[in-house]
Design a protein around this ligand. Sequence first.
Ligand code: NAD
Length: 332
Amino acid sequence: PPLRVAIMGLGSYGSRVAEAMQACKKAKIVGVISGTPSKISTWQSKYNIPAKNCYNYENFDDIKNNPDIDAVYVITPNALHRDQVIRVAKAGKHVICEKPMGLNAKECEEMIDACKKANVKLLVGYRMHFEPNTVEIINQRSRGEFGRILSFEGGTGFPIGDPTQWRLNKALAGGGSLMDVGIYAVNGARYMVGQEPVWVTAQETKTNPAKFKEGVDETIQFQLGFPNGAIASCVTSYNISLDRFVLNGDKGFAELRPAFGYGPIKARTNKGELSFPHVMHQTTQMDEMAGIILGNNKPVFPVDGEEGLKDLKVIDAIYLAVKTGKKVPLSL
Ligand code: NAD
C-alpha cells in the first residue's frame, strides 16, 4: 500500500507537490490541512479527498484519531515549521517538513526530539537528493572519479518580486535569501564535497534596504572550509539570478547548471554530459520518501532531521560570521 499523505499549507509549493504526486507509485495524497475553506473544497474535488481527512490549523491535532493518514507534509512559511512539526509528531504521524527545517539549529533540535519521543520519522524536503544527475555526481565523487576534492562554487539566487510577501518578512521567513535558497548552496556544498565544513566566513551586500529590511538578507557571500583543506565559495541572492554548482578535484570536475531549480537539471563532468531524462523532482522525492518511511530505504545522501539540523548549524554560523566579521569554527 502507498504512503498516505496529508498536505499542510496549500500554497504555491504545496500545489506543485500535489500535482507531482499524481504520478507517484508509492505515495498518495489523502488529506489536507488549510486555513482557507475554499482551497479545501477545490483540493477535495481535484484529488478526491474525503471530508473526514480535511483539517484546519486549529483542529489538526485530531489527525491522531485518523487511521487513514500516515504522514503529514508541512509546506508553510518557515517560522511555522517548528510548532507544526511538533504537533504532527504528537499526533503520532510521520512528518516531512519543507526546507529550511526550522529558523535555527535550536528549533531543529526540538523538532528532532519531539519526533524521537513520538517514535515517528522526520524527513526534510531535500528534493535534490533524489535528482538523478545530482545522485550520479555524488556517486562519481564518492568513487573518487574527480580525485582529491579541492573546491566547490555555489550560486543560488533569483530577483524576488512582491515586497509584501512572507519571504521578505523576518517574522515568517527567519531571514532572507540565505534561508530560502542559500540553503541549497549550503546543502550542495556538503553533498558535492562529501565532508562537513569546519569553518565559515561570510559577508553581506545590501543594495536596497527599503525592500530588504533589518534581518532580511538580500545577498550573502559565504565561504566554507573542509577538513581536507577544500574550500567552498558561495553566493546567495534575492537580487541576482544564480543556479550553478561546480566541484573541482585534482583529477576532474563536475558542473551542475541549473543545479537546484525545478529542472531539467543539467550536469557535465570533464568526461562529458550526463543525460538522465527529466522527471518532476517531487514525484521521485515522494516515491523515495515513501520507501524511506515505510521500508527503511536509504537515500544516497540523508534527508532526515539530523540533515536539516546540520544545514541550520551552518546557516547560524553564516549569520554570526556576517555579524561579527570573524571566522566561525563549526563542528557538525
Ligand atoms: P506560499 O506563500 O505559496 O504558501 C504558503 C502557504 O502557507 C499558503 O497557502 C498560506 O495560506 C499558508 N499559511 C498558513 N499559515 C500562514 C501564515 N500564518 N502566514 C502566511 N501563510 C500561511 O509559500 P511556498 O512557496 O509554498 O513556501 C512554503 C514552504 O515551502 C517554505 O518553507 C518554502 O521554503 C518551501 N519551499 C520549498 C521548495 C522546494 O523546492 N523544496 C520550493 C518552494 C517553497
